[in-house]
Design a protein around this ligand. Structure first.
Ligand SMILES: Nc1ncnc2c1ncn2[C@@H]1O[C@H](COP(=O)(O)OP(=O)(O)O)[C@@H](O)[C@H]1O
Ligand SMILES: O=c1ccn([C@@H]2O[C@H](COP(=O)(O)O)[C@@H](O)[C@H]2O)c(=O)[nH]1
Length: 213
């Protein structure tokens, strides 16, 4: 199948809300496997010019922490069926790796991240916008487990970062973008009814694009 142009689906929500889990569930439920998932996290700014101590102090929940112009450029290229070299982010070192990942364009592109509905240019590029809505207490518990297991953090550092930057920035920048979503999915990946509705909608957007092709 080759679509007239690739479809871009945005999935946002707070940290630990289940964005990646929803992206995976949509991928698994679609028989069409020409899908690419891009994490906004890959586009955190390069901080190799800073010392590790300085990098730890960065507010990673502020829109300015991301290299949004580069992400928009890459998404535009993918939507024009061109390949890109995507940055790779190292969460333990808080900076970009030297190597990049070569990504070929696909018919369906899922972009997931905490701040993807904040930028009006990015919003306008999306065919479907999803907000995964999960209570803050559930999200922080999930984040503690994940950050200790997968991102090399201590319990104290996760709690201190959550209270100083993650929580205030969530209320200021992430939560307000809910108003831009086409659909709000409570509880994320285990909400099979919402996943089925999204898959039906994605199939209808694919059909529209096939008719235009
Ligand atoms: N509905 C759920 N029930 C239980 N655990 C979940 C659920 N959704 C996600 N998780 C777990 O919570 C953690 C964060 O989920 P993830 O999808 O990575 O969130 P996000 O991408 O929004 O940060 C992961 O370890 C994941 O396995
Ligand atoms: O160097 C970094 C970069 C980011 N973070 C935190 O990651 C989350 C976003 O990732 P999710 O997968 O959506 O949870 C964000 O809240 C940042 O605080 C970090 O800790 N260090």
């Amino acid at each position: 199948m080759k679509l007239n142009r690739p479809i871009l689906i945005g999935i946002t929500g707070g940290t630990g809300s289940g964005k990646s889990t929803v992206a995976r569930a949509i991928f698994q439920s679609l028989s069409e496997k020409n899908i690419l998932v891009i994490e906004q996290d890959s586009y955190y700014k390069d901080q190799s010019h800073l010392s590790f101590e300085e990098r730890v102090k960065t507010n990673y929940d502020h829109p300015l922490a991301f290299d949004t112009p580069l992400m928009i450029t890459h998404l535009r290229e993918l939507l024009q069926n061109k390949p890109v070299n995507k940055p790779i982010y190292d969460f333990e070192l808080h900076t970009r790796k030297r190597e990049t990942q070569h990504i070929e364009p696909r018919d369906i592109i899922i972009l997931e991240g905490i701040m993807i509905l904040d930028d009006p240019v990015l919003r306008d590029m999306m065919d479907i916008k999803i907000f995964v809505d999960t209570d803050a207490d559930v999200r922080i518990v999930r984040r503690i487990v994940r950050d200790i297991k997968a991102r090399g953090r201590s319990l104290e550092s996760v709690i201190s970062q959550y209270l100083s930057t993650v929580r205030p920035a969530h209320l200021q920048f992430v939560e307000p973008t809910k108003r831009y979503a086409d659909i709000i999915i409570p509880e994320g990946g285990n909400n099979q009814v919402a996943i089925d509705i999204m898959v039906t909608k994605i199939k209808s957007v694919i059909r529209d694009q096939l008719i235009k092709a």
